[in-house]
Design a binder for this molecule. Structure first.
Ligand code: ANZ
Ligand code: ZN
Length: 833
């Protein structure tokens, strides 16, 4: 063993060794339980930043731990290679996006390797590789044929100077980022995939995802936005058109005083023909931002269309207004306005002096000059329905409408179909051909892939494909006449929606996926940033269900457990180039080694919380590894001797109290580590490792005091214990700081190779020497203390606790919602009625 902790040599040697032995190459071994560990693949920007280091270290720790647990682990890596930054770089540095991307991939691959990530590199791919995207094109054609794809007009940002469509992030204060021209809104035909067909399943299956953070599931639920309501038909006076509205409050029907319709609503367009003011208003509304979030806060404006709707129950005539806050493509683009009980309607009515009718009783009396009364309550001023509460009124009014064919129950979703067309070059070509005679023709399977030309001049803002007749001029696959290709490419969310399945069988050239995908999916542990909580995860869940329906995978949810890691901050704010507070991992690796960086990023904060960068923290992590190294160097002869000699059985029960106490501490740390690993509280595993080094120091001091030269090392309990602590510590540390721990393992002649050794086992006898006292809380309040045998498992402890008389006094008649066990300390029972 070297005296100096020469991390650079150690890390490079170890990495070479793992690579030579292909230890991270995953095979479909049916005799073992599989574990698919994946972190969201990176965009190849060329440089790893410390946020990446954290994200990828987290998943490497989990993957390596599962390996020691005996699982058949797959941890692949690839590149989310299409997208806008490559186009921007191409314009800036005059290098084709493909070239820029592949160079970056090479750089980043080396950085990952230098960090010691345990990836199966044989499964690597980049999404810009035709061998990958051809299958995306194949699937798209399948979906097209099955009617899950359609084309419709959708709004884009049009730069009139550059004559190109801009992505939202290329529009700055309403102007094109290059030209500075005022951006126009244009409608152009685009492809959509019917994700809404899966809305119900996407919503319902969230309940099965026990391994997902609640917060992410809530965000998905809100995004899908299911609401139950009623579609009400209002006939229009002297007009064949009907105004249909969607309402979640049919109980307020008798309080409707006007209708509000979206400016693009057919009734508004019709009325505008004879109404210049309305026409002008509709034109103005075209140029405003249409996102729902924007509409929610907009200044409410409207114009009376002059049309009158007939109330379905009272027969009253109600004015119809065109209003800018009504979303054209939600519900039916029209609302029945109840200013007394809906705040937006209230504001609109105030502004245009429209009448207000109170139909819900408030207690105490509500002051309507301040705003709408939005609560549920008994009906008043509602004729036959007076006195009914919310649900009864909902049902009664709905039935009255249904019986007269003036309404029906309806479920609406906020979720929109997925627009997948992008007017960009650097993406997967959409495999569609347009023929004057045959119309829209999908590219036949045998003609796939449609390859994106990579040698392009990319200077201006426009897609180079527009200027490449060699790309877009083709023969129609149906009739053979001259035709043209679609030059739009796919939204890059398409690739990230299914890449994780392809890692199972990236070498398969005859189909999108094969049986290996059924073996490896679902991903057991997925790790990534909270910024992907909605779109990426929703699209991936959707695609997985689509793949299931194609028979390509055999489960319904792609990610069993999800860990959303926190951000890396410096001085409390996000690191960014513009703030000049970035930290370069490369320099840190040179200075301290990869193990230090890994240890620091795991130790400093629990995975889900943000991590505050600190140079002293990095130094602290480094010092720990150095101390460990030095300790091992100092004790190497003794440890090596024990490891290479026959070790007689030691009856621990017969040893003195001090030794038993040391041994107990070892297993308490291990017990905690087991618990922490399973709940991914990885930072406290490092604390455990630190405790074990301290413990080794204590045991070593004990050994010095009790040393007997006449007994061989291997027979001295204190020496054996020291050895035991070390081999537990090295295994606990290996997932986090794999190079140093494996090197020490090797240098000190521990058994076999560390990467093949199983995770240490608990010696429950060490823990069972006495009872321990646990604090029991009910809903966070301390209610009892109970004695349980040391080393009992969580299940039996919870059982004991729930049967304890004192505890039962507080849980009686309530449902136990959750139990939280903090080993050796407390149990918290969460109850609800
Ligand atoms: C009458 C009413 C009375 C309403 C009341 C609410 C409260 P969610 O839950 O989001 O589905 N609405 C319907 N379509 C709309 C559109 N295209 N643009 C803007 N608003 C629209 O909300 C449904 C409610 O949002 C509907 O119920 C409707 O207003 C409005 F005291 O109808 B409500
Ligand atoms: Zn044709």
């Amino acid at each position: 063993m070297q005296e100096q902790y020469d991390f650079n040599t150690i890390e490079l040697t170890m990495q070479q060794h793992w690579q030579d032995k292909k230890i991270f190459k995953a095979n479909e071994d049916l005799s073992k339980e599989k574990f698919y560990c994946l972190s969201m693949f990176p965009y190849p920007s060329g440089h790893l930043h410390v946020g990446h280091v954290r994200n990828y270290t987290l998943s490497d720790v989990i993957a390596r731990y599962q390996r020691l647990k005996g699982k058949n682990v797959l941890q692949p890596m690839g590149w989310d290679a299409f997208g806008l930054p490559a186009e921007n770089a191409a314009i800036k540095h005059n290098v084709p996006p493909a070239e820029w991307t592949y160079q970056n991939i090479d750089l980043m691959r080396e950085q990952f390797k230098r960090l010691g990530m345990g990836y199966d590199w044989s499964r690597e791919f980049a999404t810009c590789d035709p061998d990958f995207y051809r299958w995306e094109q194949w699937l798209f054609v399948k979906l097209y044929e099955q009617g899950l794809v359609y084309k419709k007009n959708a709004v884009v940002n049009w730069d009139p100077v550059d004559q190109t469509v801009l992505a939202n992030e290329q529009v700055i204060d309403g102007r094109g980022w290059r030209s500075g021209a005022l951006v126009e809104r244009r409608e152009i035909p685009q492809f959509f995939i019917k994700i809404t067909d899966y809305a119900d399943e996407l919503l319902e299956d969230l309940d099965k995802l026990d391994g997902w953070p609640e917060q992410v599931k809530t965000m998905q639920r809100n995004w899908i936005g299911r609401s139950e309501g009623v579609q009400v038909k209002f006939t229009v006076e002297n007009n064949p058109l009907v105004a249909e509205v969607f309402t979640t409050r049919p109980d307020t029907l008798l309080g409707v005083s006007y209708l509000a319709i979206a400016p693009q609503h057919p009734l508004a367009l019709q009325a505008a023909e004879h109404n210049p003011e309305l026409k002008q208003f509709i034109a103005e509304c075209r140029n405003i931002e249409v996102s729902e979030a924007a509409l929610a806060t907009i200044d409410k404006k409207g114009v009376d269309t002059g049309l009158k709707a007939i109330h379905p129950i009272t027969g009253d005539l109600l004015p119809i207004w065109a209003a800018n806050f009504v979303v054209a493509d939600y519900g039916s683009g029209a609302i029945m306005s109840v200013p007394a009980h809906d705040q937006r309607d209230w504001e609109f009515a105030e502004q245009y002096d429209l009448p207000r009718k109170v139909v819900i009783q408030s207690e105490p009396e509500w002051d309507y000059s301040n705003g709408a009364f939005k609560e549920h309550g008994s009906l008043i001023n509602s004729g036959d329905f007076n006195g009914l509460g919310f649900s009864a009124a909902f049902d009664a009014i709905t039935n009255a409408l249904t019986n007269t064919s003036k309404g029906e129950r309806k479920i609406n979703y906020r979720l929109r179909d997925w627009g997948v067309s992008r007017q960009r070059y650097w993406g997967t070509p959409i495999p569609i051909i347009y023929c004057d005679d045959c119309g829209t023709v999908p590219v036949p399977e045998q003609d796939l892939p449609v390859i994106l030309p990579e040698k392009v001049d990319f200077t201006g803002a426009q897609s180079p494909l527009k200027m490449m007749p060699s790309f877009y001029n083709v023969d129609c696959p149906t009739c053979g006449k001259a035709a043209t290709r679609e030059i739009d490419t796919f939204d890059t969310f398409m690739e990230s929606s299914w890449y994780f399945t392809r890692f199972a069988c990236n070498d398969q050239n005859n189909s999108m996926l094969d049986d290996r995908a059924k073996y490896w999916t679902p991903v057991d542990q997925y790790i990534g940033g909270i910024e992907h909580a909605i779109l990426h995860l929703l699209y991936a869940r959707f695609f997985f269900k689509v793949l299931r329906d194609q028979g390509l995978v055999n489960t319904s949810e792609p990610f069993t457990r999800l860990l959303t890691q926190g951000m890396v901050l410096k001085d409390g704010s996000k690191m960014s180039k513009s703030k000049g507070n970035t930290v370069n991992p490369k320099e840190l690796i040179e200075r301290y080694g990869a193990d230090t960086l890994r240890l620091f990023s795991i130790f400093t904060a629990p995975p889900e919380q943000s991590l505050e960068w600190s140079d002293t923290g990095v130094e602290g992590a480094h010092r720990y590894l150095k101390r460990l190294w030095t300790f091992c160097f100092k004790h190497q002869e003794a440890i090596k001797t024990i490891n290479s000699s026959e070790r007689p059985y030691i009856e621990w029960k017969e040893q003195n109290a001090e030794l038993q106490q040391f041994r107990r501490q070892l297993y308490l740390v291990l017990q905690q580590a087991n618990h922490d690993m399973e709940r991914l509280q990885l930072n406290t595993i490092v604390s455990g490792c630190m405790k074990l080094l301290n413990l080794m120091n204590d045991v070593s001091a004990y050994n010095t005091a009790h040393h007997d030269n006449n007994i061989p090392f291997a027979s001295q309990p204190g020496m054996r214990l020291l050895n035991k602590i070390l081999v537990v510590l090295l295994r606990m540390l290996w997932p986090i700081a794999p190079h140093i721990s494996e090197q020490i393992w090797r240098d000190l002649k521990c058994e076999g190779e560390l990467h093949n050794i199983h995770w240490p086992k608990l010696a429950s006898d060490a823990l069972a020497v006495e009872n321990m006292e646990l604090i029991v809380q009910v809903n966070g309040k301390m209610r009892a203390k109970i004695q349980v045998a040391n080393g009992s498992d969580e299940e039996s402890i919870i059982n004991d606790v729930l049967q304890d008389e004192n505890v039962m006094r507080f849980t009686d008649g309530k449902t136990v919602r959750k139990t939280i066990y903090v080993p050796n300390k407390l149990v918290n029972i969460v109850v609800g009625s």
